[in-house]
Each structure stands twice: as C-alpha cells, then as structure tokens.
Write a protein that binds this ligand. Structure first.
Ligand SMILES: [Ca+2]
Length: 117
C-alpha cells in the first residue's frame, strides 16, 4: 500500500520542479524593479500585464516579446536590471512608432504593437 504515497510524492516533486523551472524564466525580481522604476498607472494595460510586459504567454515563459527580447540583450551587457531598463527606454521595441518610455508613461505595452497610446 506504499505505492500511492510514492506516486503522490513523485507527482508533487514534479509539480514543484515545473514551478521552479517556470520561475527561472519569469523574473519576479525584474518585474519588481520595473514597477519600482516606473510605477505603471493603476488600471492601465501595462499595470495589468505583469509578467506579460516581457513574456508572450504564461504557459511558455521562455518566449519573450520584442520588449523582453531587447531587455534580455541589454542584460547580457549589464547585470543591473535598472540600468538595462533605462538603456532600452529610447527604443521602439515593438515597432509601433512609439518609444518604449512613452508607452510606459502612457500605460501601454512596449512589447505589443497592438497596444499603444
Ligand atoms: Ca506598443
């Protein structure tokens, strides 16, 4: 009768591993740095986006949107998240004609061309 317990343990361990794997790609510390630096307007698309400010979908956090990709490139040059965020402010990552910093100030998504001021 020990088998079900072992199975439960394995399933739980697998769940925890997958969760940790997901967290390795989602960076809540980066999101916190973003929020601290910019304090997105409450109720704006940007404030609601959370992890999706940089990631394409929660199911596969390895996929980065254009803003997340630019941030990643910058983080290869500096490990300072605030410096990296500031460095990509003048870019228009999603090529919608609006600079990242202007999108952030407006509360729209700098990684989604369908979202702009
Ligand atoms: Ca946009």
């Amino acid at each position: 009768m020990r088998t079900p317990y072992v199975l439960t343990f394995i399933v739980a361990l697998l769940g925890i591993s997958l969760f940790a794997y997901g967290l390795a790609f989602a960076r809540p510390d980066y999101l916190n740095a973003f929020k601290t630096l910019y304090a997105p307007k409450e109720g704006s698309a940007l404030a609601k986006a959370g992890c999706l400010t940089c990631h394409v979908e929660m199911k596969d956090l390895k996929k980065l949107n254009p803003y997340g990709a630019d941030l990643k490139k910058q983080l290869e040059k500096t490990k300072d998240i605030t410096a990296a965020l500031k460095a990509i402010e003048p870019l228009d990552s999603d090529k919608d004609g609006v600079k990242n910093i202007d999108e952030i100030k407006a509360g729209t998504l700098p990684g989604d061309p369908k979202s702009k001021p």
